[in-house]
Design a protein around this ligand. Sequence first.
Ligand code: PFF
Length: 454
Amino acid sequence: MTSEARKSIHGTWTGKWTFILAAAGSAVGLGNIWKFPYMAGEYGGGAFVLVYLVCILLIGVPIMIAEILLGRRGRRSPANTMAYLAVEARAFPQWKYLGMMGAVAGLLILSFYSVAAGWAFAYIFEEFNGTSAEYYGQEFDSFLKDETRLIFFHSIFIFATIFIVARGVIKGIEIWINRLMPILFIIIVLLCVYATQTGAFFEGVSYLFTPDFSKINAKVILAALGQAFFTLSLGMGAIMAYGAYMPANQNIGSTALYVAFLDTLVALLAGIAIFPIVFANNLEPAVGPGLVFVTLPWAFVNMPLGIIFGKLFFVLLTIAALSSAISLLEPGVAWIVESLKIKRYIAAAGLGFIAWTLGIFSALSFDLLAGFTPIGDKNFFDSLDFLSNQVLLPLGGIFIAIFVGWVMKRSDVFEELNLKEGLVLKAWFFLLKFVSPLVVGLIFVLAVFFGVVT
Ligand code: PFF
Protein backbone atom coordinates (compact mmCIF):
# COMPACT_ATOMS: atom_id res chain seq x y z
CA MET A 1 0.00 0.00 0.00
CA THR A 2 1.39 3.45 -0.80
CA SER A 3 1.64 6.13 1.82
CA GLU A 4 -1.15 8.04 0.10
CA ALA A 5 -3.67 5.53 1.33
CA ARG A 6 -2.47 5.68 4.94
CA LYS A 7 -2.07 8.26 7.63
CA SER A 8 -0.13 8.17 10.87
CA ILE A 9 -2.19 7.95 14.06
CA HIS A 10 -0.11 10.86 15.33
CA GLY A 11 -1.37 13.21 12.58
CA THR A 12 0.00 14.79 9.40
CA TRP A 13 1.79 18.11 8.90
CA THR A 14 -0.71 20.60 7.57
CA GLY A 15 1.31 21.59 4.50
CA LYS A 16 4.52 21.12 2.59
CA TRP A 17 6.20 23.98 4.36
CA THR A 18 5.46 22.59 7.76
CA PHE A 19 7.42 19.44 7.12
CA ILE A 20 10.35 21.48 5.87
CA LEU A 21 10.17 23.74 8.89
CA ALA A 22 9.84 20.85 11.30
CA ALA A 23 12.74 18.96 9.75
CA ALA A 24 14.80 22.15 9.65
CA GLY A 25 13.74 22.78 13.25
CA SER A 26 15.11 19.36 14.15
CA ALA A 27 18.29 19.85 12.14
CA VAL A 28 19.14 23.42 13.11
CA GLY A 29 20.04 23.58 16.76
CA LEU A 30 23.02 23.46 19.09
CA GLY A 31 24.75 21.28 16.52
CA ASN A 32 25.11 24.21 14.15
CA ILE A 33 25.77 27.10 16.46
CA TRP A 34 27.49 25.51 19.45
CA LYS A 35 29.01 22.27 18.22
CA PHE A 36 30.10 22.98 14.65
CA PRO A 37 32.33 25.95 15.53
CA TYR A 38 33.99 24.26 18.50
CA MET A 39 34.60 21.06 16.59
CA ALA A 40 36.04 23.00 13.67
CA GLY A 41 38.32 24.72 16.18
CA GLU A 42 39.32 21.48 17.83
CA TYR A 43 39.96 19.54 14.63
CA GLY A 44 41.98 22.09 12.72
CA GLY A 45 39.56 24.40 10.88
CA GLY A 46 39.40 24.10 7.09
CA ALA A 47 40.41 20.42 6.93
CA PHE A 48 37.53 19.46 9.20
CA VAL A 49 35.08 21.74 7.37
CA LEU A 50 35.99 20.26 4.00
CA VAL A 51 35.45 16.67 5.14
CA TYR A 52 32.24 17.74 6.87
CA LEU A 53 30.84 19.31 3.68
CA VAL A 54 31.73 16.25 1.62
CA CYS A 55 30.01 14.03 4.21
CA ILE A 56 26.87 16.20 4.16
CA LEU A 57 26.59 16.05 0.39
CA LEU A 58 27.60 12.49 -0.40
CA ILE A 59 26.36 10.67 2.68
CA GLY A 60 24.02 12.95 4.63
CA VAL A 61 21.64 14.03 1.88
CA PRO A 62 21.20 10.52 0.41
CA ILE A 63 20.53 9.10 3.87
CA MET A 64 18.12 11.90 4.70
CA ILE A 65 16.12 11.05 1.58
CA ALA A 66 16.14 7.40 2.65
CA GLU A 67 14.97 8.20 6.18
CA ILE A 68 12.09 10.40 5.05
CA LEU A 69 11.10 7.76 2.53
CA LEU A 70 11.05 5.02 5.16
CA GLY A 71 9.00 7.11 7.55
CA ARG A 72 6.44 8.11 4.99
CA ARG A 73 6.04 4.60 3.65
CA GLY A 74 5.68 3.15 7.13
CA ARG A 75 3.52 5.94 8.60
CA ARG A 76 4.44 4.74 12.08
CA SER A 77 7.11 5.32 14.71
CA PRO A 78 10.59 4.30 13.44
CA ALA A 79 10.54 1.00 15.39
CA ASN A 80 7.15 -0.02 14.02
CA THR A 81 7.90 1.42 10.58
CA MET A 82 10.95 -0.84 10.34
CA ALA A 83 8.91 -3.83 11.54
CA TYR A 84 6.18 -3.11 9.00
CA LEU A 85 8.52 -2.47 6.08
CA ALA A 86 10.52 -5.61 6.89
CA VAL A 87 7.30 -7.59 6.43
CA GLU A 88 6.52 -5.73 3.20
CA ALA A 89 10.01 -6.53 1.90
CA ARG A 90 9.84 -10.11 3.24
CA ALA A 91 13.01 -9.43 5.21
CA PHE A 92 14.12 -10.42 8.72
CA PRO A 93 11.78 -9.07 11.41
CA GLN A 94 14.89 -8.08 13.38
CA TRP A 95 15.06 -4.90 11.29
CA LYS A 96 12.77 -3.44 13.91
CA TYR A 97 15.78 -3.28 16.24
CA LEU A 98 17.17 -0.56 14.00
CA GLY A 99 14.21 1.64 14.91
CA MET A 100 14.50 0.70 18.56
CA MET A 101 18.20 1.45 18.66
CA GLY A 102 17.37 4.86 17.23
CA ALA A 103 14.90 5.56 20.02
CA VAL A 104 17.56 4.66 22.60
CA ALA A 105 20.19 6.79 20.84
CA GLY A 106 17.69 9.65 20.90
CA LEU A 107 17.39 9.41 24.68
CA LEU A 108 21.15 9.27 25.14
CA ILE A 109 21.62 12.35 22.97
CA LEU A 110 18.74 14.19 24.62
CA SER A 111 20.32 13.66 28.04
CA PHE A 112 23.46 15.68 27.30
CA TYR A 113 21.85 17.91 24.67
CA SER A 114 19.53 19.20 27.33
CA VAL A 115 22.46 20.06 29.59
CA ALA A 116 24.11 22.09 26.83
CA ALA A 117 20.76 23.69 25.98
CA GLY A 118 20.57 24.61 29.67
CA TRP A 119 23.80 26.60 29.21
CA ALA A 120 22.22 28.62 26.39
CA PHE A 121 19.14 29.06 28.55
CA ALA A 122 21.18 30.29 31.51
CA TYR A 123 23.04 32.76 29.29
CA ILE A 124 19.79 34.59 28.59
CA PHE A 125 20.29 36.00 32.09
CA GLU A 126 23.95 36.94 31.55
CA GLU A 127 24.79 40.65 32.03
CA PHE A 128 27.04 41.11 28.98
CA ASN A 129 29.21 43.73 30.66
CA GLY A 130 32.51 41.85 31.08
CA THR A 131 35.72 43.67 30.27
CA SER A 132 37.58 41.12 28.16
CA ALA A 133 37.05 37.92 26.23
CA GLU A 134 39.10 36.09 28.90
CA TYR A 135 36.62 37.27 31.48
CA TYR A 136 33.95 35.26 29.68
CA GLY A 137 36.28 32.27 29.59
CA GLN A 138 36.54 32.37 33.38
CA GLU A 139 32.80 32.97 33.69
CA PHE A 140 32.07 29.86 31.67
CA ASP A 141 34.55 27.76 33.66
CA SER A 142 32.99 28.76 36.94
CA PHE A 143 29.51 28.29 35.49
CA LEU A 144 30.38 24.66 34.73
CA LYS A 145 31.18 24.17 38.41
CA ASP A 146 27.87 25.60 39.56
CA GLU A 147 25.95 22.33 39.77
CA THR A 148 22.72 23.80 41.07
CA ARG A 149 22.38 26.20 38.17
CA LEU A 150 23.35 23.54 35.61
CA ILE A 151 20.78 21.09 36.92
CA PHE A 152 18.12 23.77 37.27
CA PHE A 153 18.31 24.84 33.63
CA HIS A 154 18.70 21.26 32.40
CA SER A 155 15.52 20.36 34.31
CA ILE A 156 13.44 23.21 32.91
CA PHE A 157 14.63 22.42 29.41
CA ILE A 158 13.71 18.73 29.65
CA PHE A 159 10.39 19.67 31.15
CA ALA A 160 9.63 21.96 28.19
CA THR A 161 10.62 19.19 25.79
CA ILE A 162 8.32 16.72 27.54
CA PHE A 163 5.49 19.24 27.55
CA ILE A 164 5.62 19.81 23.79
CA VAL A 165 6.02 16.14 22.90
CA ALA A 166 3.17 15.27 25.27
CA ARG A 167 0.85 17.61 23.36
CA GLY A 168 2.01 16.12 20.06
CA VAL A 169 4.88 17.49 17.99
CA ILE A 170 2.64 18.60 15.19
CA LYS A 171 0.67 20.99 17.35
CA GLY A 172 3.75 21.88 19.35
CA ILE A 173 5.96 22.81 16.46
CA GLU A 174 3.67 24.35 13.95
CA ILE A 175 2.81 27.25 16.15
CA TRP A 176 6.20 28.82 16.66
CA ILE A 177 8.97 27.53 14.47
CA ASN A 178 7.62 29.41 11.45
CA ARG A 179 8.14 32.70 13.14
CA LEU A 180 11.18 32.20 15.31
CA MET A 181 13.65 30.47 13.03
CA PRO A 182 13.89 33.42 10.62
CA ILE A 183 14.68 35.80 13.49
CA LEU A 184 17.52 33.56 14.69
CA PHE A 185 18.85 33.58 11.16
CA ILE A 186 18.83 37.38 11.03
CA ILE A 187 20.76 37.66 14.30
CA ILE A 188 23.43 35.28 13.03
CA VAL A 189 23.76 37.38 9.89
CA LEU A 190 24.11 40.49 12.09
CA LEU A 191 26.86 38.72 14.05
CA CYS A 192 28.63 38.03 10.76
CA VAL A 193 28.42 41.75 9.96
CA TYR A 194 29.94 42.48 13.36
CA ALA A 195 32.70 39.95 12.59
CA THR A 196 33.74 42.03 9.57
CA GLN A 197 34.52 44.87 12.01
CA THR A 198 36.81 42.90 14.29
CA GLY A 199 39.94 43.33 12.21
CA ALA A 200 40.42 39.57 11.95
CA PHE A 201 37.60 38.72 9.56
CA PHE A 202 39.88 37.45 6.86
CA GLU A 203 41.94 35.41 9.29
CA GLY A 204 38.82 33.80 10.75
CA VAL A 205 37.25 33.01 7.41
CA SER A 206 40.43 31.60 5.92
CA TYR A 207 40.90 29.45 9.02
CA LEU A 208 37.48 27.93 8.26
CA PHE A 209 37.81 27.55 4.54
CA THR A 210 41.48 26.90 3.80
CA PRO A 211 42.04 23.20 4.34
CA ASP A 212 45.42 22.11 5.61
CA PHE A 213 45.42 18.62 4.15
CA SER A 214 48.13 17.44 6.51
CA LYS A 215 45.59 17.76 9.32
CA ILE A 216 43.19 15.22 7.80
CA ASN A 217 43.47 11.93 9.69
CA ALA A 218 41.13 9.16 10.86
CA LYS A 219 40.15 11.11 13.95
CA VAL A 220 39.20 14.22 11.98
CA ILE A 221 37.27 12.20 9.41
CA LEU A 222 35.28 10.30 12.04
CA ALA A 223 34.52 13.52 13.89
CA ALA A 224 33.36 15.26 10.69
CA LEU A 225 31.22 12.28 9.73
CA GLY A 226 29.63 12.14 13.17
CA GLN A 227 28.97 15.86 13.07
CA ALA A 228 27.32 15.54 9.63
CA PHE A 229 24.92 12.93 11.03
CA PHE A 230 24.32 14.90 14.20
CA THR A 231 23.65 18.22 12.53
CA LEU A 232 21.21 16.73 10.02
CA SER A 233 19.50 14.68 12.76
CA LEU A 234 20.22 11.45 10.89
CA GLY A 235 20.77 7.85 11.87
CA MET A 236 18.39 7.57 14.79
CA GLY A 237 14.92 7.96 13.34
CA ALA A 238 14.15 11.60 14.14
CA ILE A 239 13.72 12.44 10.48
CA MET A 240 12.04 9.06 9.93
CA ALA A 241 9.50 9.87 12.65
CA TYR A 242 8.79 13.24 11.04
CA GLY A 243 8.61 11.62 7.59
CA ALA A 244 5.68 9.57 8.86
CA TYR A 245 3.67 12.78 9.16
CA MET A 246 4.63 14.08 5.71
CA PRO A 247 1.92 14.67 3.10
CA ALA A 248 1.92 11.98 0.41
CA ASN A 249 2.31 14.39 -2.50
CA GLN A 250 5.42 16.15 -1.22
CA ASN A 251 8.67 15.71 -3.12
CA ILE A 252 11.14 13.99 -0.79
CA GLY A 253 14.32 14.71 -2.75
CA SER A 254 13.98 18.45 -3.03
CA THR A 255 12.76 18.68 0.56
CA ALA A 256 15.86 16.89 1.86
CA LEU A 257 18.14 19.12 -0.22
CA TYR A 258 16.41 22.17 1.09
CA VAL A 259 16.73 21.12 4.73
CA ALA A 260 20.39 20.16 4.31
CA PHE A 261 21.12 23.48 2.61
CA LEU A 262 19.50 25.54 5.36
CA ASP A 263 21.27 23.54 8.04
CA THR A 264 24.69 23.88 6.43
CA LEU A 265 24.17 27.58 5.82
CA VAL A 266 23.43 28.22 9.49
CA ALA A 267 26.50 26.23 10.62
CA LEU A 268 28.83 28.03 8.22
CA LEU A 269 27.44 31.45 9.15
CA ALA A 270 27.93 30.61 12.83
CA GLY A 271 31.56 29.74 12.05
CA ILE A 272 32.03 32.93 10.03
CA ALA A 273 30.68 34.96 12.95
CA ILE A 274 32.75 33.24 15.62
CA PHE A 275 36.28 32.70 14.31
CA PRO A 276 37.10 36.36 13.53
CA ILE A 277 36.19 37.11 17.17
CA VAL A 278 38.45 34.26 18.28
CA PHE A 279 41.45 35.58 16.35
CA ALA A 280 40.83 39.26 17.03
CA ASN A 281 41.01 38.50 20.76
CA ASN A 282 43.90 36.04 20.61
CA LEU A 283 41.70 33.25 21.90
CA GLU A 284 42.43 29.59 21.44
CA PRO A 285 40.21 28.03 18.69
CA ALA A 286 40.47 24.63 20.39
CA VAL A 287 38.95 25.57 23.76
CA GLY A 288 36.16 23.07 23.26
CA PRO A 289 32.46 23.31 24.17
CA GLY A 290 32.81 26.77 25.75
CA LEU A 291 33.79 28.49 22.49
CA VAL A 292 30.42 30.10 21.69
CA PHE A 293 29.87 31.06 25.32
CA VAL A 294 33.15 32.93 25.43
CA THR A 295 33.24 34.60 22.02
CA LEU A 296 29.65 35.72 21.51
CA PRO A 297 29.08 37.42 24.88
CA TRP A 298 32.23 39.44 24.20
CA ALA A 299 30.87 40.36 20.75
CA PHE A 300 27.60 41.46 22.35
CA VAL A 301 29.50 43.68 24.80
CA ASN A 302 31.06 45.48 21.86
CA MET A 303 28.08 45.72 19.53
CA PRO A 304 25.63 48.60 19.46
CA LEU A 305 22.42 47.34 21.12
CA GLY A 306 24.48 44.30 22.05
CA ILE A 307 22.62 43.63 25.29
CA ILE A 308 19.33 43.29 23.46
CA PHE A 309 20.82 41.20 20.67
CA GLY A 310 22.61 39.05 23.23
CA LYS A 311 19.44 38.23 25.14
CA LEU A 312 17.48 37.65 21.97
CA PHE A 313 20.22 35.43 20.58
CA PHE A 314 20.26 33.12 23.59
CA VAL A 315 16.46 33.03 23.73
CA LEU A 316 16.36 31.93 20.12
CA LEU A 317 19.23 29.48 20.51
CA THR A 318 17.32 27.88 23.37
CA ILE A 319 14.22 27.63 21.19
CA ALA A 320 16.23 26.20 18.29
CA ALA A 321 17.58 23.62 20.73
CA LEU A 322 14.05 22.88 21.91
CA SER A 323 12.80 22.21 18.39
CA SER A 324 15.68 19.74 18.00
CA ALA A 325 15.18 18.16 21.40
CA ILE A 326 11.56 17.28 20.70
CA SER A 327 12.66 15.32 17.64
CA LEU A 328 15.04 13.36 19.88
CA LEU A 329 12.20 12.31 22.15
CA GLU A 330 9.51 11.76 19.51
CA PRO A 331 10.71 8.42 18.03
CA GLY A 332 10.65 6.72 21.44
CA VAL A 333 7.36 8.29 22.50
CA ALA A 334 5.57 7.47 19.22
CA TRP A 335 6.81 3.88 19.52
CA ILE A 336 5.60 3.44 23.09
CA VAL A 337 2.23 5.07 22.36
CA GLU A 338 1.68 2.74 19.41
CA SER A 339 2.94 -0.41 21.05
CA LEU A 340 1.68 -0.11 24.63
CA LYS A 341 -1.41 1.94 23.78
CA ILE A 342 -0.72 4.32 26.63
CA LYS A 343 -1.32 8.05 26.67
CA ARG A 344 1.20 10.29 24.96
CA TYR A 345 1.89 12.36 28.06
CA ILE A 346 2.72 9.27 30.13
CA ALA A 347 5.16 8.01 27.50
CA ALA A 348 6.74 11.47 27.16
CA ALA A 349 7.09 11.89 30.92
CA GLY A 350 8.55 8.39 31.39
CA LEU A 351 11.18 8.66 28.68
CA GLY A 352 11.88 12.28 29.52
CA PHE A 353 12.56 11.25 33.10
CA ILE A 354 15.16 8.71 31.95
CA ALA A 355 16.90 11.37 29.85
CA TRP A 356 16.74 13.82 32.74
CA THR A 357 18.39 11.35 35.13
CA LEU A 358 21.20 10.56 32.71
CA GLY A 359 21.56 14.28 32.12
CA ILE A 360 22.35 14.85 35.79
CA PHE A 361 25.51 12.76 35.36
CA SER A 362 26.43 14.87 32.33
CA ALA A 363 25.79 18.07 34.25
CA LEU A 364 28.10 16.90 37.04
CA SER A 365 30.81 15.66 34.73
CA PHE A 366 32.76 18.94 34.60
CA ASP A 367 33.48 19.12 38.29
CA LEU A 368 32.18 16.58 40.82
CA LEU A 369 32.39 13.64 38.40
CA ALA A 370 35.32 14.95 36.36
CA GLY A 371 37.35 11.88 37.27
CA PHE A 372 34.73 9.50 35.90
CA THR A 373 35.83 8.71 32.33
CA PRO A 374 33.85 5.84 30.78
CA ILE A 375 35.43 6.09 27.30
CA GLY A 376 39.17 6.82 27.01
CA ASP A 377 39.92 10.05 28.85
CA LYS A 378 36.48 11.48 28.11
CA ASN A 379 34.20 12.55 30.95
CA PHE A 380 30.60 11.33 31.06
CA PHE A 381 29.25 14.20 28.92
CA ASP A 382 31.92 13.76 26.24
CA SER A 383 31.63 9.95 26.37
CA LEU A 384 27.90 10.06 25.64
CA ASP A 385 28.47 12.62 22.93
CA PHE A 386 31.16 10.43 21.34
CA LEU A 387 29.19 7.20 21.67
CA SER A 388 26.00 8.58 20.18
CA ASN A 389 27.33 10.89 17.48
CA GLN A 390 30.40 9.10 16.29
CA VAL A 391 29.22 5.52 16.78
CA LEU A 392 25.43 5.07 17.02
CA LEU A 393 24.32 7.65 14.43
CA PRO A 394 26.73 6.56 11.66
CA LEU A 395 25.95 2.92 12.46
CA GLY A 396 22.22 3.65 12.20
CA GLY A 397 22.95 5.42 8.92
CA ILE A 398 24.74 2.38 7.46
CA PHE A 399 21.78 0.14 8.24
CA ILE A 400 19.24 2.64 6.89
CA ALA A 401 21.23 2.81 3.64
CA ILE A 402 21.45 -0.98 3.46
CA PHE A 403 17.73 -1.40 4.09
CA VAL A 404 16.61 1.06 1.42
CA GLY A 405 19.41 0.21 -1.02
CA TRP A 406 19.43 -3.58 -0.72
CA VAL A 407 16.47 -4.91 1.22
CA MET A 408 13.41 -2.98 0.05
CA LYS A 409 11.93 -3.67 -3.34
CA ARG A 410 13.39 -1.21 -5.79
CA SER A 411 9.95 -0.54 -7.24
CA ASP A 412 8.60 0.37 -3.78
CA VAL A 413 11.49 2.73 -3.18
CA PHE A 414 11.01 4.51 -6.47
CA GLU A 415 7.25 4.58 -6.11
CA GLU A 416 7.56 6.37 -2.76
CA LEU A 417 9.96 8.91 -4.22
CA ASN A 418 7.52 9.61 -7.00
CA LEU A 419 10.20 10.53 -9.52
CA LYS A 420 10.84 9.44 -13.08
CA GLU A 421 13.86 7.16 -13.38
CA GLY A 422 16.58 9.55 -14.49
CA LEU A 423 20.16 10.43 -13.77
CA VAL A 424 19.46 12.12 -10.44
CA LEU A 425 17.55 9.15 -9.12
CA LYS A 426 20.23 6.74 -10.26
CA ALA A 427 22.97 8.86 -8.71
CA TRP A 428 21.11 8.93 -5.40
CA PHE A 429 20.55 5.19 -5.45
CA PHE A 430 24.20 4.55 -6.22
CA LEU A 431 25.35 6.80 -3.38
CA LEU A 432 22.96 5.11 -1.00
CA LYS A 433 23.60 1.56 -2.05
CA PHE A 434 27.37 1.62 -2.35
CA VAL A 435 29.00 4.84 -1.24
CA SER A 436 27.27 5.40 2.13
CA PRO A 437 27.67 1.92 3.63
CA LEU A 438 31.18 1.42 2.29
CA VAL A 439 32.55 4.81 3.20
CA VAL A 440 30.98 4.90 6.65
CA GLY A 441 32.10 1.30 7.25
CA LEU A 442 35.63 2.12 6.15
CA ILE A 443 35.80 5.16 8.40
CA PHE A 444 34.80 2.95 11.31
CA VAL A 445 37.47 0.40 10.55
CA LEU A 446 40.08 3.12 10.21
CA ALA A 447 38.92 4.70 13.44
CA VAL A 448 39.24 1.45 15.37
CA PHE A 449 42.53 0.66 13.70
CA PHE A 450 44.04 4.02 14.55
CA GLY A 451 42.73 3.95 18.11
CA VAL A 452 40.59 7.06 17.79
CA VAL A 453 38.80 6.36 21.01
CA THR A 454 41.72 6.67 23.39
N1 PFF B 1 20.41 18.23 14.66
C1 PFF B 1 20.36 18.75 15.99
C2 PFF B 1 21.36 19.86 16.11
O1 PFF B 1 22.16 20.09 15.20
O2 PFF B 1 21.36 20.54 17.13
C3 PFF B 1 20.59 17.68 17.03
C4 PFF B 1 19.88 16.39 16.77
C5 PFF B 1 18.49 16.36 16.72
C6 PFF B 1 20.61 15.24 16.53
C7 PFF B 1 17.85 15.17 16.42
C8 PFF B 1 20.00 14.06 16.22
C9 PFF B 1 18.62 14.04 16.16
F1 PFF B 1 18.03 12.93 15.86
